[in-house]
Design a protein around this ligand. Structure first.
Ligand SMILES: Nc1ncnc2c1ncn2[C@@H]1O[C@H](COP(=O)(O)OP(=O)(O)O)[C@@H](O)[C@H]1O
Ligand SMILES: [Mg+2]
Length: 396
């Protein structure tokens, strides 16, 4: 099979039975000359020479049950490779079947090949964030598995049929307002949960939002996620975050500290994209993006964004004259409450930008049409599972 596991020599990973755990006694440090005073002998008794497992531990090593539950990673050969879903910026994603349970999963191969300084921090952050942020609307991480070499490390996740970017592209017509409300409530609930757990996602966009055929969104790709709230080192936080079109203005203007509000700007861009069925700001570069933002929202003023002039790149930008926002023209069918929510996501001042928690309470979600129950969402053929459907193809 050409698309299954690459050909390789048979290795120990082919064995079906797992090797039984073998307890290894900690190396006993022999003292060259044991001090024979009775006091010191009492203080550090030598490990007892007994045949039971328990006795292999010195009194200073807690028994294994007291350790955190760290188990060795299983092998990637516990999974049968089905097809490649996509090659992203940090790894390749495969669809696979768990040989034991038959479950269909997604395996993301982490890119470690060029790494010279040990296991990359991005990969550690990704695994850590996924484990910290477990939630109904965050993609479920199952385990981390390893291949034959040190560069083969895979994150095993639940397989989700679609990503929202591909789905929006394939759908013949946009989501209904009632559906958009459901999706936004799920997204906000997931983002609020991450923020409550001190995790910034930093790359929210439609290709990182997965959706299953039961109307449920799962936030994925925590490859750029990091903890916030910790003291920030010299040089601040990296500005190389968030895919351009979804990047908040404070990052574009060189802010070296930023927080949860960067994710909320991206959420606003996603909200707009769900309505428009195409990305809101499709700019080629940062300057063009700022110009597009200023055109849609009106240029920032000392009133709407008091800290603007203190940002590193503010002086290099010549602001257009202030004008009212153009959202009404761009979103003619959105209600006043919808426009208000969108404006709250796209507030210039990060301190005034709405939080996920507050957005969940916004009147937009309680006015008619009400959010649609996820069970009532239509299902679509999954491109990631290799399913094809001719009538969904873009006619152009
Ligand atoms: N759990 C999953 N189930 C199905 N498809 C997935 C899953 N995770 C990722 N994908 C697909 O793979 C693509 C790339 O994965 P992602 O985690 O975003 O990697 P990258 O960091 O390289 O962008 C996604 O846009 C999505 O299409
Ligand atoms: Mg991605």
């Amino acid at each position: 099979m050409s698309d299954s596991t690459p050909s390789r020599k048979r290795s120990k990973w082919d064995d079906d039975e797992e090797e039984p755990y073998v307890a290894v006694a900690p190396p006993s440090k022999r003292r060259s000359k044991p001090k024979a005073t009775p006091e010191s002998a009492d203080a550090t008794p030598p490990p007892q020479q007994s045949t039971t497992r328990q006795s292999l531990h010195s009194r200073y090593v807690p028994p294994r049950t007291h350790h955190p539950p760290i188990l060795p990673s299983r092998s990637v050969y516990c999974y049968e490779r089905l097809n490649q879903i996509e090659e992203g910026s940090y790894g390749v994603v495969f669809r696979a079947r768990d040989k034991q349970t038959g479950d269909i999963v997604a395996l993301k191969k982490l890119k470690l090949d060029e790494e010279k300084n040990g296991f990359p921090i991005t990969a550690l952050r990704e695994v850590n964030a996924l484990m910290t942020c477990r939630h109904e609307n965050v993609v479920g991480i199952r385990e981390v598995v390893v291949g034959d070499t040190l560069t083969q490390v895979f994150v095993v996740m639940d397989f989700i049929e679609h990503d929202l970017k591909s789905l929006l592209h394939l759908m013949p017509s946009p989501f209904l307002q009632s559906e958009i409300k459901t999706l936004m409530l799920q997204l906000l609930s997931a983002v609020g949960h991450c923020h409550a757990n001190w995790i910034l996602h930093r790359d929210l966009k439609t290709s990182n939002l997965l959706m299953n055929n039961r109307g449920t969104i799962k936030v994925a790709d925590f490859g750029l996620a990091r903890r916030y709230g910790d003291p920030v080192g010299v040089g601040g936080m990296t500005q190389l975050v968030v895919t351009l079109w979804y990047r908040a203005p404070e990052i574009l203007l060189g802010a070296t500290t930023y927080s949860t509000a960067v994710d909320m700007w991206s959420v606003g861009c996603i909200f707009a994209e769900l309505i428009l069925k195409e990305p809101l700001f499709q700019a080629k570069g940062e300057i063009e993006l700022l110009a597009m933002i200023f055109k849609l929202l009106g240029a920032p003023t000392s009133n709407s964004w008091p800290e603007y002039s203190t940002l590193p790149l503010a002086k290099t930008i010549s602001l257009p004259s202030p004008q009212p926002h153009q959202l009404r023209q761009k979103f003619p069918y959105l209600t006043a409450a919808g426009i208000d929510l969108l404006l709250s996501f796209l507030a210039y001042d990060p301190d005034r930008r709405i939080t996920a928690e507050d957005a969940l309470q916004h009147p937009y979600f309680t006015e008619s049409p009400l959010p649609k129950h996820p069970d009532l969402f239509g299902s679509f053929p999954s491109a990631a599972a290799g399913e094809k459907c001719v009538h969904l193809k873009d006619p152009t």
